[in-house]
Design a protein around this ligand. Structure first.
Ligand code: FES
Length: 223
């Protein structure tokens, strides 16, 4: 297989594609593949040239931290949850999420996700659940990894603009449900940063690795 990786030394340099050969097991994940390529001290590209190890992030390697979010064959995906045997063709392209500044190779700076939540005061304070029957949707929303895949695929999200995207909407829902004192503020901030910018493309739901029912929580907020 040919593995094409969009590389970049840092945010001040130009990105470039580098290709690697791989003829091993197709049962492994893309995370496993990156580990495999990086394993040797002398990592070489498909031209036989020595090159540096590919920068990428991971923590859990089981789809629960969101650190390995990247774009694989043009689909925003988690590298540890994407297996070579499920990808078509003999060529795989891997690039960083483009909605975030690149730090190095496949590592991006996603701090804007938390900055937006902090800026808009969207976080959970004291929590005393009263209506336990409605907790299923809240539990579902609480599974968000903050991986950024929903922002990567969203046609309306651009970093630094007023629309903060699905990850923000999701936390608005949680905080509104769990913190009555903030409900009024949340209504305002949701309208400003989600309601007025979302075109209901709902591509976020196609790529969310936790299969969060964003449409259910957004419908509740819209109501
Ligand atoms: S390494 Fe944690 S989600 Fe992939």
């Amino acid at each position: 297989m040919k593995i094409r990786v969009l590389r970049q030394i840092n945010g001040d340099t130009e990105p470039y594609w580098e290709t690697f050969d791989y003829d091993g097991d197709k049962e492994i994940s893309v995370a496993g593949l990156l580990d495999y390529l990086n394993y040797h001290d002398d990592i070489v590209n498909d031209k036989g040239e020595k090159t540096g190890r590919i920068g990428w992030e991971c923590s859990c390697l089981q789809g629960v931290c969101g650190a390995c979010a990247m774009v694989i064959n043009e689909k925003p995906s988690l590298a540890c949850e994407t297996f070579l045997k499920d990808l078509n063709g003999d060529e795989i392209s891997i690039r960083p999420l483009r909605k975030f500044p690149v730090i190095h190779d496949l590592i991006v700076d996603r701090s804007i996700i938390h900055e937006n939540l902090k800026k808009a005061n969207v976080f959970i304070g004291e929590y005393n659940p009263k209506d336990r029957e409605k907790l299923t949707l809240q539990y579902n929303a609480a599974k968000c990894l903050k991986c950024g895949l929903c922002l990567e695929i969203c046609p309306n999200y651009t970093s630094g603009k007023s629309f903060f995207g699905a990850v923000f909407a999701n936390d608005c829902y949680l905080v509104q449900k769990r913190n009555a004192d903030k409900a009024k503020d949340i209504k305002e901030t949701y309208g400003k940063h989600v309601g007025s910018g979302c075109s209901k493309a709902l591509s976020c739901m196609d790529v969310c690795p936790m299969k969060i029912e964003l449409i259910a929580s957004m419908s509740a907020l819209n109501r």
